[in-house]
Every structure is written in C-alpha cells, then in structure tokens.
Design a protein around this ligand. Structure first.
Ligand code: UN1
Length: 513
C-alpha cells in the first residue's frame, strides 16, 4: 500500500495493522474475530479490524446511554461548536481520508475528496442549524393560554451505512444527530471498515480535546448480526440505514416491530429523460458521469436513459462515442475515469446483469467484460456497458450496482417518458434534459416524477447536502442531510401553558365540581 503516499495517509488517520473495531470515543472494547480489509484497487490487504461481539455491543450501548445523559444538557449551539471543530479536523484530514476512501472503496480520488467535502459541508450546515432547531408557536383557543412546540434530543441513533459512501453518509447522520443532542452508534459496511476506524479516530480527538463524555460517537464492526442487535434494541429510538432494499425491508420490519423510528435510504433505479429539446452535449456529460461515476455504485447512479425517438440515434451515437474515451484503471491515478467494483461478488452481479439483458432480448451497444492483466490484478475492474432494452425487462426493473446503462426509447409527449421513468419499484433520483419549459414543469408537477429527487438539466447523482436526500417507494421514504431532515433526530413536544387562575377545558367542555 505504498502508492500515492498511502502509507502516510494511513499513518495520519491512525490506521494500524490491526485496529479496534469497537470504540466509544477513546476506549476500545473489541474482542471479536478479525476482519481483513482488502483493496479492490490492487487486491492487497490494507489492514485488519477486530470485530465486535454481542458483549462488546452491550458495553457500547451502556456507554452511549451514559453519554447521552450529559450530552443532552449541553446547549445546542455549544454542540454546534463541537461539530465545527469536527469539520476543521476533516479539513485537515481531507487528503488522507479522501485517499483512504479511494483505496478501500475504489472510487476515483476526486470522488474520494468530494466525499470528504460533503462531510465538511454537512458540518457547516449543522453548525448554523444548531441555533435554529425551532418549533412553532400556536394561538390557543382558551384565554390566558399559550401553545408552542419544542424539539428535544432523542437518544441513541443507530447508523448502518453502506460501502459506496463509506464516510459521508455517516456524517450526514452524525452532524445532525450531534447538534440535536443525540449520541451515535455506527456500524460501517464490512467492506469498508477502515474508513469507519479513520472517522472514529478523528471524532475521538475532538471529543477528548473538549472533555466530552465517552460514548457520543461509538463504533461497532461486524456482519449483519451486529446490525440486528441495533434494530431490535429498544434503547435505540432511531435506526438510520443505507443499503439495499432487501436489507431495508428487514431493518424496517424489525424496528417497526418495537415501534422505533427508522430512516431508510435504499435502492434507486434512476433515469434521465432526454427530450427532443435537450442539449446533447450536457446530456452526454450528465449521463456518462451518472452511469460510470463511482463505477455505477451510487444509489443515485444513472441506470436508464429514456430518449425520444426523434433524437434517439444522435444521443445513442454521442454516448457510445463518449464511452470509447473512458479510461478504466487505478482510481488513485487521476487520469482514470472508472475504478474497480467493490469486490468480485459485485463483478459477478454485473456479469449476470449483462447476460440477463441479452437473454431478455436486449441488444448490447457497448460491450462489457472483466479486465485482467497488469493493473487489474484485483479482478474487480469491469468495462462500463450499454444495452438497448425495454423498461419491462426484469433486469431493468432491478438495481444492479455496477456500470450498466440501459437505453429506452419513447415516442410522443413527455408524459410517455414520465410513465416509463415512474414505472419501476424504486423512487430515488430522476432527471430531465430539456430546454422546453413546458416539459420541465410537467416533469416537476404532481403528475411528473415520483422520485425524492427530480432534476432539470443535470444528472441524477451528485446531490448537494443543502437539500433533503432520499426517495419514495422501495427507496424507503427517509430523508437525510439538508432542509428539515434534522427533525427525525429529535422528539417533538407540544406544550400548553395556562397563566390564569381558571381552568377552562378545550372544545368548550364544562366540568364543574
Ligand atoms: C449514495 O449513493 O448512497 O447524490 C449517496 C449523490 C451523493 C450521495 C449519494 N451526494 O450522488
């Protein structure tokens, strides 16, 4: 792991050969088995992590619960100051952490840095928000009464995150949870445990420097079984989970079974509608980055292009030509556009999707394939592929976490394209490329896109942190990050205060003693 100053990056982030996977800020409790983290970039072992046992988990939850008792008493703007310091530390560690993200997960170095930038951005957002956690005041129907609502801290927030955004998604949750007065327990993906260790090391410094209670930020590492402890634990009022729809359905049912709250960010099947009025140059950039960025492993990746028949061939030719320019290889080398998939299992899913689309009658326009030879030793590098398909194909209805783009054709009005776009089980992100105001407004209207994110003249991925992030239908319905997403991290209380010497009842009810 000596390439591109990786050794220095790991040192700066406090990554050792064997790391403690169970941590409550500065103390470690790990007593489980060893989890090895191999890089999809070169197939080499980066470092190992001691996983958490059920007993370790119990210690973590007790420490978190203890920390909550004092952390909730710290005024919100002072909690904001902690998040501000965390953002500063992220700025100082941006290069190292971005590199680790790129090396452990496989996304391009630029995207690794971009992910850390998202963390910094959410910290800035949360700092301002820490002075604005306000509810409303209402007019009471009774004289001499006042009504208002306030938001109180919720408690322990459980965070289950995915490999594809191994650091940012955690920070979207923690930055808001911390200013809200909550404490967090994080289970990172087993595929990117070192990113979890690195983040925990950074926040642990902030916690220590501020003499804050142990347990504001806790880390557990392990497989789904350790995650399951969180979903069934009544001491965790909110579980925020990012990952597949399959995983989300299990988490949702477990958490709902105890009437807990869950925040779900699940699969997408995101499309760009390309209308006759689209700017073709912009369409190509948006579609190609959307489809091959992060090697197609964003939940917001572009999976389908829905192109009007009148410009179909033109758009198809331009996109196919752009794919010929793509350089696939080591993501730490900034000359490359596309890095590896996360592991060989993901490669199998990719290959099987390509077989399926052909079996269902699709036509391959840009051939896929697994790359081998020098620089591709990890076996995780694949060629981004394009297939002509029908929206009704089983495989098109399915989210394949890989760079496979389906071209679909529509005719007539934009409504027909919207129908195709909405005709999937998922509802995360969507976009339209058009210079026609009527089409754009139609797409954004009540009969338009049914997704949580609907963009005009930009692609489906790359959301800014200022907006609420999430989607409908099988995407799970949760909203993270900006806007008023903070509200789920707090409990709302309605207060009615009587400042008279009488006790009138609401709804005019008389009750004389
Ligand atoms: C995800 O893929 O889980 O919109 C999150 C984007 C990023 C976040 C993606 N800001 O592409």
């Amino acid at each position: 792991a000596s390439q591109f100053g990786m050794k220095e990056a790991l040192e700066k982030l406090g990554i050792k050969t064997i790391n403690e996977g169970t941590s409550t800020g500065t103390n470690n409790f790990s007593s489980g088995e060893i989890l090895e983290s191999y890089s999809p970039v070169d197939g080499k072992l980066i470092a190992s992590v001691k996983m958490s046992t059920a007993q370790d988990y119990e210690k973590v939850i007790q420490t978190a619960a203890e920390a909550f008792k004092t952390f909730r008493l710290i005024p919100a703007p002072q909690r904001g100051e902690i998040v501000r310091q965390f953002g500063e530390k992220l700025r100082q560690n941006k290069e190292a952490l971005g590199k680790l993200v790129s090396y452990e997960m496989g996304k391009s170095l630029q995207e690794g840095f971009g992910e850390v930038q998202e963390m910094i951005d959410i910290c800035d957002f949360a700092v301002g928000l820490s002075r604005q956690l306000h509810g409303l005041t209402m007019h009471s129907e009774r004289p001499g009464h006042r009504m208002y609502e306030q938001y109180h801290p919720l408690g322990i927030v459980g965070i289950i995150s995915a490999f594809n955004f191994p650091v940012a998604v955690w920070s979207w949750n923690t930055a808001l949870a911390w200013i809200s007065g909550d404490v967090c327990v994080w289970k990172p993906s087993e595929k990117t445990p070192l990113c979890g260790i690195a983040c925990q090391n950074i926040i642990a410094q902030v916690i220590k420097e501020n003499n804050l209670p142990e347990g504001i930020s806790c880390l557990i590492n392990g497989d789904y079984k350790i995650g399951e402890l969180m979903t069934t634990d009544t001491r965790i009022p909110l579980v925020s989970a990012t990952g597949s729809t399959r995983m989300g359905k299990i988490v949702a049912q477990k958490v709902a079974g105890r009437l807990g709250k869950s925040l779900l960010e699940l699969g997408g099947n995101n499309a760009i509608i390309v209308t006759p009025d689209a700017d073709i140059k912009m369409t190509v950039i948006g579609a190609v980055f959307g489809a091959v960025g992060t090697a197609g492993q964003r939940c917001t990746s572009t999976r389908r292009l829905i192109i009007h028949e009148s410009i179909y061939d033109k758009v198809k030719d331009a996109i196919v030509a752009a794919y010929k320019q793509l350089r696939i290889g080591n993501p730490l080398d900034e000359n490359n556009h596309v890095g590896p998939l996360i592991d060989v299992h993901a490669v199998e899913m990719y290959a099987s999707a390509l077989n399926k689309v052909v079996a269902e009658g699709g036509k391959i326009l840009v051939e896929g394939g697994v790359l081998s030879g020098e620089g591709y030793e990890s076996g995780c590098y694949v060629k981004p592929a394009i297939a002509e398909a029908e929206n009704s194909f089983e495989i098109v209805q399915h989210e394949t976490f890989a760079p496979v783009l389906y071209l679909l054709k529509y005719s007539g009005e934009v409504d027909n394209a919207i129908e195709i776009q909405n005709g999937v089980a998922q509802g995360l992100s969507s976009a339209i490329m058009t210079n026609n105001l009527r089409e754009a407004e139609r797409f954004l209207s009540v009969t338009g896109s049914d997704c949580g994110i609907a963009n005009v003249n930009i692609g489906t991925s790359g959301a800014e942190i200022g907006g609420a992030f999430g989607g409908e239908k099988e995407t799970g319905g949760g909203r993270e990050s900006g806007s008023d997403a903070w509200k789920i991290y707090m409990r709302r209380q309605t207060n009615t205060i009587n400042y008279t010497t009488n006790l009138p009842l609401a709804q005019g009810i008389k009750f004389d003693l």
